[in-house]
Design a protein. Structure first.
Length: 100
């Protein structure tokens, strides 16, 4: 990764992804973690609190927005950009990020 990453444990699954929204580039510090839906199955989703872009937390693929956001229309052209995601590993109590 070229910047900070977020690690989220949701319903006993751990996800690692870029800490900035792929659409608006704003940090996902206050992003909402949403349960999976018909589009993502068991995979949780993360929703940017600024532009509303929503991503599958396992694959990083953009998914349908849960609801509109005030500035979402400004970033609609970049909503097809996937969120970078990374695999995690653990060895002797240390967490490692698997970089492709």
């Amino acid at each position: 990764p070229t910047g900070a990453v977020s690690i989220v444990n949701h319903e006993d699954k751990t996800y690692c992804f870029s800490s900035s929204c792929a659409s608006c580039k704003i940090p996902l510090a206050k992003a909402k973690v949403l349960d999976g839906n018909e589009e993502t199955g068991d995979d949780a989703r993360v929703e940017c609190d600024f532009c509303g872009a929503t991503y599958n937390m396992r694959t990083g693929a953009p998914v349908a927005k849960e609801g509109g956001k005030l500035f979402g229309f400004l970033f609609s052209k970049s909503e097809t950009v996937p969120l970078p995601v990374y695999g995690l590993g653990e060895q002797k109590g240390k967490v490692f990020i698997n970089i492709p």
